[in-house]
Design a binder for this molecule. Sequence first.
Ligand SMILES: *[C@@H]1O[C@H](CO)[C@@H](O)[C@H](O)[C@H]1NC(C)=O
Ligand SMILES: *[C@@H]1O[C@H](CO)[C@@H](O)[C@H](O)[C@H]1NC(C)=O
Length: 147
Amino acid sequence: MRFFSSLISLLAVALVATTAVVAQSAHIGAPADMAEVAGSFTAMIEVPDSLTSVTEVALVIALLSCASASCPGPSEELGTVLYDGPFSPVFTTEPGTTTLPPHQNFTLTVPESFAAGPAQLGVAHFSLIGASVVPFFETLNTTIVIT
Ligand SMILES: *[C@@H]1O[C@H](CO)[C@@H](O)[C@H](O)[C@H]1NC(C)=O
Ligand SMILES: *[C@@H]1O[C@H](CO)[C@@H](O)[C@H](O)[C@H]1NC(C)=O
């Protein structure tokens, strides 16, 4: 009986932790998948509006050409780092866009010598979740087309 109740509380803790972690997952709001990009572009990285306390630690945004080989996915290779630093998602106050989730916009520049064609826009995101400070790490990606 004791074993079962501790098992159940263990499962409950695991479930709460998992739910909290899933609920913190960031999203690439822009550029859209397969968007054509030339020169500079804005990457909008969004997080859910959450009741759990979250401390954002770091964000990396990188670009990898997939013109001559298939993209390996961001957990395998990030490529050229375009941004590496703090992440401070906030609500926008711009009229008409206040329904956007907390986010940060990054103005990024495609390196001049970068190959035209499809490229993996990879994101690595690290944060600390909740009062028990659960480390959370994820990678995200989308594909853009360099013109
Ligand atoms: C981010 O960019 C979007 C689209 O241009 C804009 O609506 C929003 O206000 C910007 N957010 C912030 C925090 O500046
Ligand atoms: C992210 O990368 C994976 C692995 O290369 C790929 O299967 C998936 O289609 C990519 N997602 C997007 C939105 O490009």
